[in-house]
Write a protein that binds this ligand. Structure first.
Ligand code: RAM
Length: 892
C-alpha cells in the first residue's frame, strides 16, 4: 500500500485567502507520496462552515468520491457562497490501488462583500472648511472616527478602498503590513477593495479608526507628460467595519459624514517625486481613542466613482526584505552617499536624533557617474527625494508612505556621517509573490545574471508589471510584460498578479480590439503596436501553459480575439500588417543612428506576431471547447503565414531581411516551410558568428534568440552568447557591476560614460527574458502538458559549463533538474518529479552509454516506466519521485 498525504491546499493560488469575491474559487492541493510513481486515482472534497466538518454544521459541498487524477484548479460547485463568510475545506485522495489517504488538514477561504449591495458605507472626502471638499492640495488627507464596542470582538473585518492611495490605522497602529492599497487598476472601471482582519486590534469600549490618503496612481503625476489627476481630482475613502461580538451580535461601522478630517505632517507624497514630512505637525493619538478631534473638519459626502468594486485580486505589496548599506561614500563632488550594494525598489527607513526643524534630505539614484559622483540624469523629471523635518526631543524613525524609489545610492544631507550605516535601512517593496524558481550553475557571472533577472522582477512587479521603477514612467508596458512573462513564471508564482493586470487590459481595450501600449492605460501612451498589444494573447496563453489553468483563457478569450480582429481590420491587406505605429525591434543594436528601432522591418515583425497571436487563439479556442472558432482562426492563420512568405521570404526560401531578429521570429513562430528552417537557423548562427558571437537584437528578437539556436542544434552558440563578456552581451553589464538588468546593452559604455539621459533605465527586465533559456535549456525543465502535468527533463549541457541546477515549484510540487559532469566523462543527473505527474527524461547527446540510477541498472529501478531509443536519442519515462541517474559516455 502506498502512503500519501495531501498538503499545501490552495484557493485561487493562495493559502487561506481572506476577502475573495469569486463565486467558484479554484481549489488545488499537492500530494506527498512515499513511493515513486504516484498517481491520484480519485479525490473527495468537503467544504463547510465548521472546521471540524461535523455533520450537524452541514456541508456546503461534498463531491463524494470522484474518479479523476485532477488535483489542481477544481472549481467550487457547492451551495451559493455567502458574503463575509469563512469556508473550511479538506481533501482526501485515492492512489492507483484505491487506497484512501487520510483527510488533509482543514484549510479555508473567506468571502468578501461579493456584491455591491452589501456596501453601506458612503464615500467621503476631506474638507478644508465645513462642507468644502479638498480638491487639489499637495498634502495628504487624514480621516478618523471613534466608536464604542460593548464587548470584545470575536471576529472583525474592515472592507476599505480609496480614490488615491491609503493606509488604515486601528487604535493607533496600522491595520496590517500591506502597502500601496488599493493597488493600481483602471480606476474608473475597476476599483479593488481590501479586507483586513482586525479582530486582534479592537478592544471592548472605545476604539478609533484612522486613515491617511495620498495621491498615488489615482491623482498623482503619471508618465512623462507632467500631468496629474489622470483618474479624478478628488481623493476619497470608503470604509466598512463588521465586528462580531461574543454574544453573536454584529456591529457595523461605516464611513459617513460623521467622520472628521484634517491635513497633517505629510505635506507632499508623489510616486515619482517622493515625500515631504514635517514631524513637527504630527498629531499625537490622531488614530486612537480620546483624540481631541473638534478642530478637525467634518468629512464631506461625495459621489461613488463609476468603477465596479472588486475584492483585491492579486497579492498585496509589502516590505519583503530589508538591506543594510554596504558603505558611506564621499564623492569627489563632496556629496555624502550611501551605497546599498543592490539596485532596489522601495524606500529608506531611518532613525535620527536631531533638533526640532532639522531638515534631512534623501535623494535616490541608480548609478554614480564615471567620476564617482551622484547621478540622477536618467530619472528625467522624477525627483525621488524624501525630505524629513525633525520634531526634536529624542530619536525619531521615519519611512515614506505613498511613494517608492528605484535606487542603489542615496545622497543624504542633514545627518552626521557616523550615524548613516547603523541607522539607515533599505526596505525592498514589491508584490508579495511566492518565489518558485532558482537557477545556479558553475559560472558565477551567470549566477549574478540570474540574480539580476530576479531583482529586475522584484523591482518591477510592484502591483503591475512595469518597464522600470525609477524615472517618470513606471508603467505597465505591454511589450515588456509579454517578453518577460515566461521567465517571470519560473521565478515566482505570477498568476493572480497577471490575472488582475489582464482584466485591466481587457477593460482598457477599445471596442475595436486595440490594446493600449500600457496597462492600466494613460492618455500619454497610445495603442496598437505589434509585439506590445500581443500581450493580450501571449500572457494568458503563457499562464495557461505554466499553470494549466483554463479559466484564465475562458475569461480572456474575448480580449484575445478582439486583438486579433483589430489587426485583421488594419490596412487594406487582411493577412499582412503593414500599417500603423509599431515599436519594431525596440532598441535593437542594428538600428540606424539616432533611432530606437532595430533594422528588422516593422511590418515583418507585425505580420509575424499577427500569425503567432492567431495561432495561440486557435489553440485557446480548442482548449476552451470552441471548435468552430478554432477552425475559423486556423484558416486565418494559414492565410497570414502564406502572406508572410510571399512578402518576406524569397521564392527559394530565404528570409529576405537578413537580421537576427527576423530569423529568430520566423523560426520561433514556425512561419517558414519545413524545408527552409534548418538553412535559416544556419544563417542565424552564421550571423551571430560573423558578429564575433554577439547579438544585435532588441526587445523583440532577444527573448527568442537562444531558444531558437538551441532548438535547431546550436546550443553551444547559445552558450557563447550567454557567456559572452564583451559588449554587447548580458555579462557585459554584470562585469560593469550591474545588480539588475539594464534597458540598454550599453547603459554604461566601456569608457564609463552613459547612454543618453532620456531613456536609460538600470532596472528594466525585458532582456532578462533569457532566464527562460537558463531554466529550460541549461537547466532542462520543460513542460509537455500545461501546468507541468507532464514534464520533460532535457538539460542541454553544451561544453562550457561543468554543472547547472534548476528547480521550480510547480503547482503540483517541486520539479528539479541538476546535472554535473564527472571526471570519467559521465554525467550525474538528479531529477525530482512531483506526485501526480509524469516525466520524460531526454538523455543529452554524448551520453548514450549505460545508464544507472542510484547504482542500479534501469530495469531494476522502480519509477522508470519505459526506456526508448530512437533517432532523437534516448528517452526515459518516469513517474514521480527523486532520481539520481548516472549517464555514461557513449561507447566509442
Ligand atoms: C519605453 C519603455 C518600455 C518600452 C517602450 C516602447 O519608454 O521604457 O520599456 O516598451 O518605451
Amino acid at each position: 500500500m502506498t502512503q500519501s498525504k495531501v498538503l499545501n491546499l490552495m484557493v485561487n493560488y493562495r493559502k487561506n485567502p481572506v476577502g475573495i469575491d469569486d463565486p467558484n474559487p479554484r481549489l488545488s492541493w499537492q500530494i506527498q507520496a512515499q513511493a515513486r510513481g504516484f498517481i491520484q486515482s480519485a479525490y473527495q472534497i468537503q467544504a463547510g462552515c465548521d472546521p471540524a466538518f461535523g455533520a450537524e454544521a452541514g456541508l456546503v459541498w461534498d463531491t463524494g468520491k470522484v474518479n479523476a487524477d485532477s488535483s489542481v484548479h477544481i472549481g467550487y460547485e457547492g451551495e451559493t457562497l455567502l458574503p463575509r463568510t469563512r469556508y473550511y475545506w479538506r481533501v482526501r485522495i485515492w492512489d492507483s490501488e484505491d487506497n484512501a489517504s487520510v483527510w488533509s488538514e482543514a484549510a479555508y477561504w473567506e468571502t468578501g462583500q461579493l456584491s455591491e449591495q452589501n456596501w453601506h458605507a458612503s464615500w467621503i472626502t476631506a474638507a478644508s472648511a465645513p462642507g468644502q471638499p479638498v480638491v487639489s492640495s499637495d498634502s495628504c488627507d487624514y480621516f478618523r472616527t471613534a466608536f464604542e464596542l460593548p464587548d470584545r470582538a470575536v471576529s472583525a473585518r474592515i472592507y476599505a478602498t480609496s480614490l488615491g492611495m491609503y493606509r488604515l490605522y486601528i487604535n493607533g497602529v496600522p491595520a496590517d503590513d500591506t502597502q500601496f492599497n488599493p493597488g493600481w487598476t483602471s480606476y474608473n472601471k475597476r476599483l479593488q477593495y481590501q479586507t483586513y482582519d482586525v479582530t486582534q486590534l479592537l478592544t471592548a469600549g472605545e476604539n478609533a479608526l484612522g486613515c491617511i490618503v495620498g495621491n498615488g496612481w489615482y491623482k498623482g503625476y503619471l508618465s512623462w507628460d507632467g500631468n496629474k489627476d489622470h483618474y479624478g481630482r478628488q481623493r476619497a475613502v470608503l470604509i466598512q467595519l463588521h465586528a462580531t461580538l461574543a454574544d453573536g451580535t454584529e456591529q457595523m461601522l461605516i464611513s459617513d459624514g460623521s467622520w472628521r478630517t484634517s491635513s497633517g505632517p505629510l505635506l507632499m507624497s508623489e510616486l515619482y517625486h517622493g515625500e515631504i514630512y514635517d514631524a513637527r505637525l504630527e498629531m499625537d493619538g490622531w488614530a486612537s481613542p480620546g483624540f481631541a478631534e473638534h478642530q478637525w473638519q467634518p468629512a464631506v459626502l461625495t459621489e461613488a466613482p463609476p468603477a465596479t468594486l472588486v475584492a483585491q485580486e492579486n497579492e498585496p505589496s509589502r516590505i519583503i526584505e530589508t538591506i543594510k548599506p554596504i558603505a558611506v561614500l564621499n564623492t569627489p563632488a563632496g556629496e555624502t552617499v550611501l551605497d546599498m550594494g543592490q539596485n532596489l525598489v522601495g524606500w529608506v527607513r531611518f532613525t535620527v536624533d536631531a533638533g526640532a526643524g532639522t531638515e534631512i534630505t534623501l535623494r535616490h539614484a541608480e548609478v554614480l557617474d564615471r567620476d564617482g559622483n551622484f547621478y540622477t540624469g536618467n530619472l528625467r523629471s522624477a525627483k525621488q527625494t524624501v525630505k524629513y523635518i525633525c520634531r526634536g526631543g529624542g530619536p525619531e524613525t521615519f519611512e515614506p508612505h505613498f511613494t517608492f524609489q528605484g535606487f542603489r545610492y542615496v545622497q543624504v544631507t542633514g545627518v552626521p556621517q557616523e550615524q548613516l550605516l547603523e541607522q539607515f535601512t533599505g526596505c525592498v517593496i514589491h508584490s508579495d509573490l511566492e518565489l518558485t524558481g532558482s537557477f545556479r550553475c558553475s559560472d558565477e557571472l551567470v549566477n549574478q545574471l540570474q540574480h539580476n533577472i530576479l531583482w529586475g522582477q522584484k523591482g518591477n512587479f510592484l502591483d503591475v508589471p512595469t518597464d522600470c521603477p525609477q524615472r517618470d514612467e513606471r508603467l505597465g508596458w505591454t511589450g515588456d510584460a509579454q517578453v518577460f512573462i515566461r521567465t517571470a513564471a519560473f521565478n515566482m508564482n505570477v498568476v493572480p498578479f497577471f490575472e488582475k493586470w489582464l482584466r485591466d487590459l481587457a477593460a482598457d481595450q477599445e471596442a475595436d480590439g486595440r490594446v493600449p501600449h500600457v496597462i492600466p492605460d494613460i492618455p500619454a501612451a497610445g495603442y496598437g503596436s505589434s509585439a506590445w498589444g500581443d500581450a493580450a494573447v501571449i500572457c494568458p496563453w503563457t499562464l495557461y501553459q505554466c499553470y494549466g489553468d483554463v479559466r484564465v483563457l475562458e475569461e480572456q478569450y474575448p480580449s484575445m480575439k478582439g486583438w486579433v480582429e483589430y489587426i485583421r481590420a488594419q490596412g487594406d491587406q487582411e493577412f499582412l500588417w503593414n500599417t500603423g505605429h509599431h515599436f519594431g525591434d525596440w532598441l535593437g543594436l542594428d538600428a540606424k543612428e539616432n533611432s530606437y528601432i532595430g533594422a528588422t522591418p516593422k511590418d515583418l515583425i507585425a505580420t509575424a506576431f499577427f500569425a503567432y497571436s492567431t495561432e495561440l487563439l486557435v489553440k485557446t479556442a480548442e482548449v476552451t471547447g470552441q471548435p468552430e472558432e478554432a477552425e475559423k482562426y486556423r484558416q486565418l492563420q494559414s492565410n497570414i503565414i502564406r502572406a508572410f512568405r510571399e512578402e518576406f521570404v524569397t521564392p527559394n526560401g530565404r528570409v529576405a531581411s537578413p537580421t537576427q531578429t527576423a530569423y529568430a521570429v520566423a523560426l520561433m513562430f514556425d512561419l517558414l516551410e519545413e524545408k527552409d528552417r534548418p538553412r535559416t537557423a544556419a544563417m542565424l548562427a552564421e550571423h551571430v558568428k560573423e558578429n564575433g558571437n554577439h547579438l544585435t537584437t532588441g526587445f523583440v528578437g532577444t527573448p527568442y534568440l537562444c531558444l531558437v539556436l538551441s532548438r535547431f542544434g546550436y546550443t553551444d552558440l547559445a552558450y557563447e552568447l550567454v557567456l559572452q563578456k564583451e559588449y554587447p552581451s548580458w555579462l557585459y553589464s554584470v562585469l560593469q557591476g550591474a545588480t539588475t538588468i539594464w534597458e540598454h546593452w550599453d547603459g554604461i559604455k566601456q569608457d564609463g560614460s552613459f547612454w543618453s539621459d532620456d531613456m536609460n533605465s538600470y532596472n528594466h527586465y525585458a532582456y532578462g527574458a533569457v532566464g527562460d533559456w537558463l531554466y529550460r535549456i541549461a537547466g532542462g525543465i520543460e513542460l509537455i502538458e500545461p501546468g507541468y502535468k507532464k514534464i520533460r527533463i532535457q538539460p542541454q549541457p553544451g561544453t562550457q559549463l561543468s554543472w547547472a541546477e534548476a528547480s521550480y515549484s510547480s503547482i503540483y510540487g517541486p520539479v528539479k533538474s541538476a546535472w554535473s559532469r564527472q571526471a570519467d566523462g559521465s554525467l550525474e543527473l538528479s531529477v525530482e518529479i512531483p506526485a501526480n505527474t509524469t516525466a520524460e527524461v531526454i538523455v543529452p547527446d554524448g551520453c548514450q552509454g549505460q545508464i544507472t540510477e542510484g547504482g542500479e541498472k534501469l530495469d531494476q529501478v522502480t519509477g522508470v516506466i519505459a526506456v526508448e531509443d530512437n533517432a532523437g536519442g534516448r528517452k526515459l519515462t518516469v513517474g514521480s519521485g527523486s532520481y539520481r541517474f548516472t549517464l555514461n559516455k557513449s561507447a566509442d
